[in-house]
Write a protein that binds this ligand. Structure first.
Ligand SMILES: [Ca+2]
Length: 170
């Protein structure tokens, strides 16, 4: 088996190169039938149909991933760039992991069951506690920010899948 290692390393060079500039570099790859965009240790997929939050959770799972958990401002900035480059704008909202269905005002990740550690709320959000219980991203001015929204409203969605395997398509 070890003779495969040099081949694998060689095949992964584009990924290593793509990761050289964490602010701008990314590439795409196909996992199953889904075209993900890789950035560092994660791959992202934009759901092209609008669903309620629960269906978005299920669909991401069916695609081998989860609704995205945004863990830092750096990650949020990358996602914003990714969405804008894909021609999404203020007319598009994206479900991400996080709801306060258990306790109003405390938003838990549906992925690992713990409170989200990074939140980037839009001004005056979260509002309507007890009514708007799921988190989506929306364009607030020039930036994507978080808003709590009714879980049965329809929005696009952002899935993530961990892993930094090689890119096979650019
Ligand atoms: Ca809200």
């Amino acid at each position: 088996m070890f003779y495969l290692l040099p081949l694998l390393l060689a095949a992964c060079l584009p990924t290593a190169f793509a990761d050289a500039d964490p602010n701008t570099a990314y590439c795409t790859k196909v996992i199953g039938n889904v075209k993900y965009t890789q950035k560092g240790q994660k791959n992202y997929f934009i759901g092209k149909s609008q669903t309620n939050w629960f269906e978005a959770v299920h669909t991401c799972r069916q695609l081998g991933g989860n609704l995205a958990v945004i863990e830092s401002d750096v990650e949020l900035k990358f996602i914003q760039e990714y969405l804008i480059e894909n021609r999404y704008d203020a007319n598009h909202q994206f479900w991400i992991s996080g709801n306060d269905l258990v306790k109003d005002g405390t938003f838990y990740s549906i992925n690992d069951g713990f409170p989200l550690r990074f939140l980037a709320w839009s001004k005056n959000q979260p509002d309507n506690l007890g009514i708007e219980k799921c988190i989506h991203l929306f364009m607030d001015g020039a930036e994507y920010k978080m808003n709590n929204e009714k879980c049965d409203n329809h929005a696009f969605y952002l899935c993530e899948k961990r892993g930094s395997e090689c890119c096979i398509e650019n």
